[in-house]
Design a protein around this ligand. Structure first.
Ligand code: SAM
Length: 318
């Protein structure tokens, strides 16, 4: 048995499963298995005919998922990124038949609290930051050779960091005599030059987030899976996404808006309602089901939930 020795609390657990509006014989995808909190609740709602495909790019999640898959034939787990779910669903012959897709974005507290991963500015460990340690470059490798301009761009684009220029300059001058290979080296270096803006926000928060998002190609991953979701979902199938920062949430919000806007035609246009519907139906594939945030009680129980936003959309029956 694989033990994590970790008190895992899935964010917006009940709310996400409710938003999926589970059909007990349906086909579901959990694109971010993590420690399986959401997956386990989905499985508990499915009958023998139901199926759940889970994906994660982290090998720890795959080990945990395989334990469930070994004893539950309704469940499959694949080591992959969610931008490739479409390919797996296609191989399974399930394009257009998926009743719900859940994405609980970002890293899990389990990954953040593992010193050996380098995700946290509060812990000392090798500065890796890859969710999948078997592919791509680590944060330390990237920082050892990235140009000043590239570092500034990453900090600004993915962290919206006001002090991007000065942080990048210090990284480039420091690495000449001291390799930045541990999380605490990078964290201290930023603390020395960036003032504490608020008691609750460590000065390295934005830089660590930016580097992690860049190293894991996080925004591209989201853009791809959202696009693919339209083909994967069945009519009335649900897309449920939990985001943890404004960049992620903006992508999800805009995607849902762009595919579900109400068509407003100028008055006196010489088309019947039926003709208008047929003309525009191929463009509008989703119904916006709204958003929700964690309750005060959930945030009190689990501070990781404080920035979470859940958005839900339903594929139209056309
Ligand atoms: C917030 S956790 C999910 C927690 C999970 N819902 C639970 O209840 O245990 C996010 C997970 O998604 C995975 N992940 C993030 N981006 C991914 C991607 N592009 N493809 C596949 N997995 C990804 C991470 O490795 C992490 O395990």
């Amino acid at each position: 048995m694989f033990h994590t020795n970790y008190d895992h609390k899935s964010v917006l657990l009940e709310e996400a499963i409710q938003a999926l509006n589970i059909n007990s014989t349906g086909v579901y995808i959990d694109g971010t298995f993590g420690l399986g909190g959401h997956s386990k609740l989905i499985l508990s709602k499915l009958t023998k005919q139901g199926r759940l495909l889970a994906i994660d790019r982290d090998w720890t999640s795959i080990k945990i998922g395989k334990i469930i898959a070994d004893r539950d034939s309704r469940f499959t787990i694949i080591h992959s990124t969610f931008s490739k779910i479409n390919k797996h669903i296609n191989n399974m012959g399930l394009i257009g038949s998926v009743n719900g897709i859940l994405l609980d974005l970002g890293v899990s507290a389990f990954q953040l609290n593992d010193d050996s991963r380098g995700f946290s500015f509060m812990r000392d460990g090798p500065l890796d930051m890859r969710m999948d340690i078997s592919s791509g470059q680590s944060a330390a490798e990237w920082l050892s050779k990235a140009s000043l301009e590239n570092i500034i761009w990453v900090l600004k684009t993915f962290g919206e960091e006001r002090f991007a220029k000065i942080i990048a300059k210090v990284i480039v001058s420091t690495r000449r005599y001291k390799p930045i290979v541990r999380s605490i080296i990078l964290s201290k270096l930023i603390c020395d030059i960036v003032p504490y803006r608020s008691m609750h926000k460590h000065p390295a928060t934005k830089s660590f987030l930016a580097i992690r998002m860049y190293i894991n190609n996080e925004l591209e991953e989201i853009i791809q899976v959202l696009e693919d979701s339209l083909a994967m979902l069945s009519p009335l199938g649900r897309l449920v996404v939990i985001s943890f920062n404004s960049l992620e949430d903006r992508l999800v919000k805009n995607f849902i808006r762009d595919h579900s806007c109400i068509i407003s035609m100028p008055p006196k246009i010489p088309l019947t309602d039926y003709q208008i519907f047929n003309k525009y139906k191929s463009k509008h594939k989703l119904k916006d089901m709204g958003k929700l945030m964690p309750s005060k009680q959930e945030i009190k129980r689990n501070t990781c939930a404080r920035s979470a936003i859940l958005r839900c959309a339903e594929k139209l029956f056309i």
